[in-house]
Write a protein of this length. Structure first.
Length: 262
C-alpha cells in the first residue's frame, strides 16, 4: 500500500500521520490549535530499534559487536526507522496501522508496526518490533516535539520521577542514579510505576503523557519546543539494559496522550 499522508479525526481533534517521513506524527490539532512543532524533523517520530544515543555507535550482541552510523558524533542516535519510508497497512477515519521493515544499517531482519488511534480526547501510539529469524536486542520509544508556547502561554512540565540518571559529559547515563534535579533537562528519568508527565499551557490545555514503560527522557533546552519521550529503556540501553526480540516474543510498547481544556 501507499505511504501517502493520512488524516485521522475525532471530535475536534485531528492527527496527520506521515508514513513516508519516518512513520512520524506530523501534526496534532485540538480545536484548531497545533500542539506539535512543525517541520520535516519534528512532529513526533518513533525511536526504533533503539532510543537516544548508542555510545560510539557500538553495541554488543553476544560475542558480536555491531556498529551503527554516527549520526550524532561521536554517537548514533534515535534508531533507523525515523529515516525510512513506512507503508500503510490499514487506515480508517480514527486509526491507522503503518509498517517498516528493518534494513541496513541495522544488522537484523525484522518488522516494526505502529498503530495510531485517535479519540476525541486522546491519542494512543502502539509500536511493536517482531522477527521471524534471529533474535536481537531492541528498544522502542517516541520523540514528540510539543510546542513550548500555545496562544502566548508557555508550557509547564510536571512529573514525579523516582530518580534521574546521572548524565556524563558525553550525554550518556553514567550508571549512577540521582535525586531528580530541576531543569532545564536533557535527561533520562526512572518512573517505576509507569511514565506519567503532565504538560500544562495555563488557561488553555492540559496534556498527559502516560505509558506502562518505566523510562522517560525530558528535553526542554530548546526555545521552540519541549520533548517528553517514553521509552523501553535508558539511552545506550542496547548495551546496558537490552530488551530481546525473539521469533516467539515481539517487543511492544504503548503511550497515550490525553488532554482536557482548561
Amino acid at each position: 500500500m501507499s505511504n501517502e499522508p493520512i488524516t485521522l479525526t475525532a471530535g475536534d481533534a485531528e492527527v496527520t500521520v506521515l508514513p513516508g517521513n519516518g512513520g512520524r506524527i506530523g501534526g496534532l490539532r485540538v480545536g484548531g490549535v497545533e500542539l506539535l512543532r512543525q517541520g520535516d524533523r519534528y512532529g513526533c517520530f518513533p525511536m526504533v530499534p533503539w532510543c537516544g544515543r548508542i555510545r560510539e555507535g557500538r553495541f554488543r550482541d553476544g560475542a558480536v559487536v555491531h556498529r551503527m552510523p554516527l549520526n550524532a558524533p561521536p554517537h548514533a542516535i534515535h534508531g533507523t526507522a525515523r529515516d525510512g519510508a513506512w507503508r500503510t497497512a490499514r487506515a480508517t477515519g480514527t486509526e491507522a496501522a503503518i509498517t517498516y521493515d528493518l534494513t541496513e544499517p541495522w544488522p537484523y531482519p525484522g518488522r516494526v508496526t505502529q498503530v495510531v488511534a485517535l479519540t476525541e480526547d486522546a491519542l494512543t501510539l502502539t509500536t511493536a518490533v517482531e522477527t521471524y529469524e534471529s533474535s536481537f536486542p531492541a528498544q522502542i520509544g517516541w520523540h514528540p516535539w510539543f510546542n513550548r508556547s500555545l496562544g502566548g502561554r508557555d508550557v509547564r512540565i510536571d512529573f514525579d520521577p523516582a530518580w534521574q540518571e546521572e548524565r556524563g559529559a558525553d550525554h550518556l547515563p553514567t550508571g549512577n542514579r540521582l535525586d531528580p534535579k530541576p531543569g532545564p533537562w536533557d535527561d533520562c528519568f526512572g518512573m517505576p510505576g509507569g511514565v506519567d508527565v503532565t504538560l500544562t499551557w495555563p488557561e488553555l490545555l492540559e496534556l498527559r503523557v502516560t505509558s506502562r514503560e518505566e523510562w522517560v527522557v525530558v528535553y526542554d533546552e530548546q526555545r521552540e519546543a519541549v520533548c517528553v519521550e517514553p521509552q523501553t529503556g535508558p539511552p545506550d540501553g542496547l548495551n546496558t539494559l537490552p530488551r530481546l526480540v525473539t521469533p516467539l516474543e515481539p517487543l511492544e510498547a504503548t503511550t497515550t496522550w490525553s488532554w482536557r481544556r482548561l
